[in-house]
Design a protein around this ligand. Structure first.
Ligand code: 4AD
Ligand code: MG
Length: 463
C-alpha cells in the first residue's frame, strides 16, 4: 500500500480508499471499546484522526506505547468522519510503533507551552502547531522569492560566505581564521601575523553578498542572492540575529526608482503567494498569534506603499504629537520608534524612506546632486521597522574612491570593486530583504528567534 502525506489525504482522500500514513502521535483519547489518535506528519497544521478498535491484535499493549510524541505507521481504510472538525478519518487495520516517547520525560505535552520554554527545546519545538505553521510559511516565502525572480529572468548567484571585505563598513564582523588564537588576548588580535593563516590575510563571515552580486550583475544584468549572512552586532532584540538569511537582488541599468518599484512588487508577490498556498497556516496565525495578520496581508497586496524622503520624514517626526525617547534631527539615523511611528501611526502601511544623509549610510551608495544625501531607500513595515534596505550604487569611479577614503577604508582593498567602475560601468541598484523579518511580518510572530529553526544570538548557539 502506498504511503501518503496527511495534507493530501485530508484534501482529497475519499471513503473506502486504503491508505498508510507515517507520523508522530499528537494526542490519544481512550474510550470504551475504541480509541482515537491524532497523527501529524508536518505536511499541514491539521492532524489525521485515526480510530483504533479494541479488536485490533495486541490492542492493550499497543495502546500503552501510543503516547504523545511516539512515531507510528498506520494503515487502514478511510471513512467519512462523524466528528466535527474533520471530513475524513482512518480506521486502522494495522499499526506499527517505530519509537515510543516516555510521557514522564517527553517535554511536549498536550498543554500550551510558552515560546520561551520552547526555545529551550529547539530540537523538538518544530513538532508543535505554531512552529509547524512558521516553518511551512517560511518555506512558502522562499519558494515565492525564487518564483518572483525566476519569472523575471534574474539569475540566482551564489556569493561567498567567507570574504575579505566588510560590505557595510560597520565593523560587525565575525573573524574566520585557521590560526590557534586560544592564548591571544582580545586586545592583541590586531597584531596577529596573518601570513601563516589559511588565506594569508584576515577574513570574515559575510555581512552581505551585495558587492559580489554587483560583480555578477555587471555580466548578467539582473541577479539575486539568497543565503546566510552574519553580523556580530550585540543587539539582544526581537529583530536581530547574529546569523540571518538575506535576499539581495542587484540590477544593472536601474536607478533608485526602479529599485523601489521592484521591492514593492516583490513584497506584494510574496504575500499573495503565501496567502494562496498557506491558507490554513495563515488563519492559524490570525487566530492564535496576531489577529491583524490577515488584514496586514490584504493591506500589503492592495495598497500602494507610501514613499517619502528622509528629509520629509524628519519634518513629519518633528511635527508628531508623540514624545520620542531618541532625538529627531536632520543627520541622525532614524530609530525604530521613529520608523514605527511613520508606518504604524501616521501612514498605517509600509513606508519607503529615501535619500538619507550620506554620512549615516554605506560607502557604495550613490551620492545625490546636493552632495548631502545618497540614493538610499529603506522599507519600513508596521511592527517590524526596517525590513528592506537598498540603494542605487555609486557608479562613478572618482566619487566612489572619495567615498571609500572618507569612510576610512582603503581603495586598494577594493580594487576589484573599483574595476567594475573602470570597465563598462553602468547605473545600477539593488536591495537586501531580511528574510526572518519578512517571516515575522508575515506570521505576526513577536520574536525573530521563533522564525528560524536554529537561532544564533549573543550567548546562544545550542547545536
Ligand atoms: O540594511 P542592511 O544592512 O543592507 C545591506 O546589507 C545591503 N548590503 C543590502 C543591499 O543593498 N544589497 O541589511 C538588509 C536587511 C535589513 O533591512 C534587515 O531586514 C535585515 O537585512 N537585517 C537583519 N535581520 C536580522 N538580524 C540582523 N542582525 C539584521 N541586520 C539586517
Ligand atoms: Mg539598513
Amino acid at each position: 500500500m502506498e504511503n501518503r502525506r496527511i495534507a493530501e489525504i485530508l484534501r482529497s482522500g475519499e471513503p473506502d480508499e486504503f491508505v498508510a500514513v507515517q507520523g508522530w502521535v499528537r494526542t490519544k483519547r481512550e474510550l470504551k471499546g475504541f480509541s482515537f489518535l491524532e497523527v501529524n506528519d508536518g505536511s499541514c497544521l491539521a492532524s489525521l484522526q485515526v480510530v483504533l478498535n479494541e479488536d485490533l491484535p495486541d490492542y492493550d499493549d499497543i495502546l500503552k506505547k501510543l503516547n504523545t510524541g511516539a512515531s507510528v505507521e498506520v494503515a487502514g481504510v478511510l471513512v467519512g468522519s462523524l466528528g466535527k472538525g474533520q471530513r475524513i478519518e482512518l480506521k486502522t487495520d494495522k499499526i506499527k510503533v517505530f519509537g515510543e516517547a516516555d510521557p514522564e520525560t517527553y517535554p511536549l505535552q498536550k498543554k500550551r507551552h510558552s515560546f520561551e520554554f520552547l526555545r529551550t527545546i529547539g530540537h523538538l519545538r518544530s513538532r508543535t502547531n505554531s512552529f509547524g505553521a512558521v516553518f511551512r510559511v517560511r518555506n512558502a516565502c522562499a519558494t515565492a522569492i525564487h518564483q518572483f525572480f525566476q519569472e523575471r529572468g534574474f539569475l540566482w548567484v551564489h556569493t561567498p560566505i567567507i570574504t575579505a571585505n566588510d560590505c557595510e563598513g560597520a565593523g560587525e564582523l565575525f573573524s574566520v581564521t585557521s590560526l590557534d588564537l586560544k592564548n591571544v588576548p582580545r586586545t592583541q588580535t590586531q597584531a596577529i601575523d596573518y601570513s601563516k593563516d589559511f588565506f594569508s590575510k584576515p577574513t570574515y563571515l559575510t555581512v552581505s553578498g551585495q558587492l559580489e552580486a554587483e560583480v555578477m550583475a555587471m555580466a548578467f544584468t539582473n541577479v539575486y542572492t539568497f543565503g546566510p549572512t552574519f553580523r556580530a552586532e550585540n543587539s539582544n532584540t526581537s529583530r536581530h540575529l547574529a546569523e540571518f538569511w538575506m535576499v539581495e537582488p542587484e540590477m544593472a541599468f536601474c536607478d533608485l526608482k526602479g529599485d523601489m518599484d521592484l521591492a514593492e512588487a516583490f513584497l506584494k508577490h510574496i504575500f499573495k503567494y503565501v496567502l494562496e498556498t498557506c491558507q490554513e497556516d495563515m488563519e492559524f496565525f490570525n487566530q492564535r498569534i496576531d489577529n491583524t495578520v490577515l488584514a496586514t496581508a490584504d493591506n500589503i497586496i492592495n495598497n500602494k506603499f507610501e514613499r517619502i524622503t528622509y528629509t520629509e520624514a524628519v519634518k513629519l517626526l518633528e511635527k508628531a504629537d508623540v514624545q520620542f525617547e531618541y532625538p529627531v534631527n536632520w543627520g541622525l539615523d532614524l530609530q525604530s520608534e521613529h520608523e514605527r511611528y511613520l508606518c504604524e501611526q501616521l501612514f498605517k502601511k509600509p513606508v519607503i524612506v529615501s535619500n538619507y544623509p550620506a554620512q549615516i549610510k554605506a560607502f557604495y551608495m550613490r551620492l545625490d546632486e546636493d552632495e548631502k544625501t545618497v540614493s538610499a531607500m529603506d522599507i519600513l513595515a508596521p511592527k517590524i521597522g526596517e525590513i528592506i534596505g537598498g540603494s542605487q550604487r555609486e557608479e562613478r569611479l572618482d566619487v566612489l574612491e572619495r567615498r571609500i577614503q572618507a569612510q576610512g577604508m582603503k581603495p586598494e582593498d577594493l580594487w576589484w570593486y573599483l574595476d567594475l567602475r573602470r570597465f563598462g560601468t553602468v547605473p545600477h541598484a539593488g536591495f537586501g530583504l531580511g528574510f526572518e523579518r519578512l517571516v515575522q511580518f508575515m506570521t505576526g510572530m513577536g520574536n525573530i528567534r521563533d522564525v528560524i529553526p536554529f537561532p544564533r544570538t549573543p550567548e546562544s548557539a545550542e547545536f
